[in-house]
Design a binder for this molecule. Structure first.
Ligand code: DAH
Length: 316
């Protein structure tokens, strides 16, 4: 029977076929309706009722099938959040970058302002202005990478203190963190390593200001209540007097931490500063070395190896 067929139609196309067979141009109801005018009043009323009933049935079944299709589609597209996701490779901050942020935060809290400089340096900034003229034996200590045009891969961030003094003049309190390059390669040295440079020049800056800042820096950077320092005389062409600073590590052994000193009058003069009016200190230490100490990393080469497994497990 037609009513049952409508009710049991399994799909919208099937329902549409039925509709066409009923109400289409050659449909059964269309034929009956055409004959309406020949019918008695009662029969007309009966046909009208049948007409409305069938249309209503078609409409309802259509809605049912559409809803069912919609529910099926939703069920199909449902995201099962309880499923385990594919592991995702999330990036992390590299230990050296983390260290850079921490070193900068401490020095900035003491009023040092960060400067940067080029990694390809000219002879003037890397050596000559730092009181290391061409014949100076200290040039040999640096195992420099020379470029064909006479420039060098900067061997020390000290080059940046020259640039900063040339640019800003005095008084100045600056620091720089950056990569440096020397021809050396073994378990504890790579051809590229990181340095931190500090410089403070004003009218009355003294050696005790230097030692005070170094002590405060280590305390804050390593989170220690107290640090034991050992100051030894040393030599750098650009400082006089020059010192080397050791720090007691874990209460047991002395570690060499940095070079420093009072900036040599020639260096000030080279930057257009009058050494009779201004004086101050500079210091330099290993950026990567400091990160290794703080985070107890055994091998410098891990920092530069970019081994994703190591980076993931380095705890950053
Ligand atoms: N430039 C030195 C080096 O490469 C480190 C250093 C020592 C920097 C003493 C300084 C300083 O500014 O005063 O070993």
């Amino acid at each position: 029977m037609l009513k049952d067929s409508i009710q049991n139609a399994k799909s919208i196309p099937e329902l549409q076929d039925l509709y066409t067979a009923t109400f289409g141009k050659n449909g059964t109801m269309t034929a009956k309706l055409k004959e309406m005018k020949n019918l008695e009043m009662d029969a007309r009323a009966e046909l009208n009722r049948e007409n409305s009933e069938l249309r209503e049935l078609f409409k309802n079944r259509q809605t049912e099938l559409e809803n069912a299709a919609m529910m099926a589609a939703l069920a199909n597209e449902k995201l099962d959040v309880s499923l385990n996701a594919e592991p995702e490779n999330r990036g992390t901050i590299h230990p050296l970058t983390q260290g850079l942020h921490e070193i900068s935060a401490v020095l900035e809290s003491f009023g040092y302002v960060r400067y940067t400089g080029p990694e390809i340096e000219d002879d003037w900034h890397n050596f000559t202005a730092l009181n290391t003229p061409e014949y100076h034996p200290a040039r040999d200590m640096q195992d420099t990478f020379f470029l064909a045009n006479g420039n060098v891969l900067r061997t020390q961030t000290s080059a940046i203190q020259i640039r900063a003094m040339e640019k800003q003049g005095v008084p100045i309190k600056m620091f720089a963190v950056g990569s440096t390059y020397r021809k050396e390669m073994d378990a504890t040295h790579g051809p590229m390593f990181g340095q931190v440079e500090g410089l403070y020049i004003d009218k009355n800056v003294t050696m005790s200001d230097l030692i005070g800042d170094i002590r405060s820096f280590f305390k804050k950077f390593f989170g220690l209540d107290n640090v034991d320092l050992r100051i030894r005389p040393s030599y750098f062409p650009f400082t006089d007097p020059s010192i080397e600073v050791d720090m007691k590590w874990n209460g047991e052994r002395w570690l060499e931490m940095m070079g420093a000193g009072m900036v040599h009058p020639n260096v000030l003069r080279n930057c257009g500063i009058d050494p009779n009016e201004y004086q101050g200190f500079a210091f330099g230490f290993g950026w990567d070395r400091l990160v290794m100490l703080k985070y107890n990393l055994p091998d410098l080469r891990d920092l530069y190896g970019n081994d994703i497994r190591w980076l993931k497990n380095s705890g950053f």
